[in-house]
Design a binder for this molecule. Structure first.
Ligand SMILES: NC(=O)c1ccc[n+]([C@@H]2O[C@H](COP(=O)([O-])OP(=O)(O)OC[C@H]3O[C@@H](n4cnc5c(N)ncnc54)[C@H](O)[C@@H]3O)[C@@H](O)[C@H]2O)c1
Length: 323
């Protein structure tokens, strides 16, 4: 059995919640060499997880991101278990990935508190919640937020946010663990709601919904502008380095001469409400902003992931060659 103190990829990890994120986080840790026990209180979610993990591994092998024997090894490191104690009794790290709801998370943290080794690190994947008040006083020093982006076995960014009592050692250890797995951890000094990437995305969505609601641009024009104009540069050098290339006096003039007001957050969008009313809720429904015809969601997700892997590989090659 691995010591609960272990800071290496060989540690035991318990993942609670086997939904969209949980199954994928089990895979991330298994690919990093950890032994993973995956638990969910919904039997259907638990039964679905191995097939989802297998599908993700196929995508990764077909995209040359991992070798076939790595996929087999990772699959062999994940066990699905029915109870929280079975998942975490020997865990050095507990990853909480249950439904984004305060009451559910509070109950799950109580279960974790009752069964995890005293020195286990407890990491929540919450998107928005300040989860620290939901955890017991005795666990505060060794709990943190580790917030991932979907699909986390392809997207490397992971936000690490400490609670008021989280020790520096825990932050340092988790940073080292994920950096060692080839991930891209960013450790914040404190919990900031939305972290960085989600805040920027939220600001972007406000502007996008304003343009759609006011009929200023179509979905194709917005996505075309993002894909062919904005993100090519952002992916290569980021926004702030891009501003350095623009020249900061020009940026200063741009800020001062702004010709339009940023949208007020109204909390809703007419366009979005209408799509949802029409049953166009996204790829799972076969339509959203776009039509997906008869192509099944699994195939759509596979294609999306294959594109992400190609782009990631191109960016990695670019960095190796050009810095
Ligand atoms: N979906 C995303 O893109 C995304 C990205 C980053 C973070 N997150 C966060 O990750 C967490 C999980 O989100 P998700 O998208 O995987 O949700 P999901 O609904 O797909 O999965 C949540 C799972 O938690 C399980 N669950 C609920 N109560 C439980 C309990 N008491 N014990 C054990 N399992 C329980 C549910 O059965 C479900 O399978 C949330 O906090 C969410 O905010 C989601």
């Amino acid at each position: 059995m691995t010591s609960a103190h272990g800071a290496s990829g060989t540690m035991n990890v318990g993942v609670i919640g086997a939904g969209l994120m949980g199954h994928a986080l089990a895979l991330v840790h298994a690919l990093g060499g950890c032994r993973v026990s995956l638990q969910d209180n919904d039997q259907k979610a638990l039964e679905r997880a191995p097939a989802l993990i297998e599908g993700a591994l196929t995508t990764l092998t077909e995209g040359d991101a991992i070798a076939a024997d790595e996929a087999t090894a990772a699959q062999g490191k994940i066990t699905t278990v029915a109870s929280v104690p079975d998942a975490i009794e020997d865990a050095a790290l507990v990853v909480e990935a249950v439904t984004e709801n305060r009451d559910i998370k509070r109950a799950v943290f109580a279960n974790i508190d009752a069964s995890a080794p005293p020195d286990a690190i407890i990491a929540s994947n919450t998107s928005h919640l300040d989860v620290f008040p939901l955890m017991s006083a005795g666990r505060q020093a060794r709990c943190l937020i580790t917030h991932w982006y979907t699909p986390p076995y392809i997207v490397d960014l992971v936000d690490l946010a400490p609670g008021p009592e989280t020790t520096r050692d825990v932050m340092t250890m988790m940073h080292a663990l994920y950096a060692g797995m080839g991930k891209y951890p960013i450790a914040f000094e404190t919990f900031i709601s939305g972290y960085v990437a989600n805040r920027i995305q939220a600001a972007m969505n406000l502007e996008i919904f304003r343009m759609l609601d006011e009929g200023l641009a179509s979905p194709e024009e917005i996505d075309g502008s993002i894909r062919h104009g904005l993100t090519l540069r952002l992916a290569a050098i980021g926004q702030l380095e891009k501003l350095d290339y623009t020249g900061l006096e020009m940026v200063q003039r741009g800020l001062a001469n702004r010709t339009y007001e940023p949208p007020e957050p109204s909390g809703r969008s007419r366009t979005l409400d209408q799509l949802i009313e029409d049953g166009r809720t996204g790829v799972m429904a076969g339509a959203g902003f776009y039509e997906y015809g008869e192509v099944p969601p699994t195939e759509l997700f596979r294609r999306r992931d294959a594109k992400l892997l190609r782009l990631k590989k191109a960016l990695q090659d670019m960095e190796t060659e050009l810095g």
